[in-house]
Design a protein around this ligand. Sequence first.
Ligand code: SF4
Length: 188
Amino acid sequence: RHGGVSLATLPGLAQRHFPLCMQTLMTQLRSEHHLRHTGRQQLSLFLKAIGLPLEDALIFWRQAFAPRIPPEKFDKEYAYNIRHNYGKEGARKDYSAHNCLSIIRMSGGATELHGCPYKRMDEASLRASLSRAGCDLSRMEEVVSKAKGGHFQLACACSFEGMHKGIPLDSGVNHPAEYYSESRRVWE
Ligand code: SF4
C-alpha cells in the first residue's frame, strides 16, 4: 500500500492524484485563502479519508486561510469544525467523506465550487480545468460528452484514463478517496 499523507506531501499528492472535484477546491483555497462551508466540509472530510492526520489538517487549514483569516480568528471560528469532522468535538462521531453520489447531489450552479465539476461546470470551464489537470486531449471529447449527457461518474472515470496514460479505472468512480488510491496505485 502507498504511504500516508502529511502536511509536507499534500500539495504534490493533490496535483497528481486528486479527482477534479478536490483539485478545484484546493486551487480555490490557494488563490482565495478561503472556502465556503460546504466546500470546506467536502475537502476536509476527503483529506481525513485519505489519511491526513488531525494535527496536520489544523496547520494546513490555518495556513491556507492566512492572511485573509488571521490565525487567532481561525482558531476561534474554524478549528472547531475541523476537529468536529475528526470526531474530537460535539457528538464525537467519526464522520465519513461524501461519496460521488452525495457530491453530485449537492452540486450548486456554475459559480459554486463545491460539488462535482462534471455536473456543475459549463463546457468551457470544464475543458479549461481538464487541460490544467493534464488530461490527454484524445480523451477530452469523450469526457465532455459524457458530462453533457449527465453521466458524471463515467466522465470522471474517462478523465482518469486521460490523466493516467490510458489506464482504466475498472471499478468506475464511486468515491473520491477511491479515485485517489487508484491513482496512487497506478503511478507508484
Ligand atoms: Fe469527484 Fe466523484 Fe465527481 Fe469524480 S465523479 S469529480 S470523484 S464527485
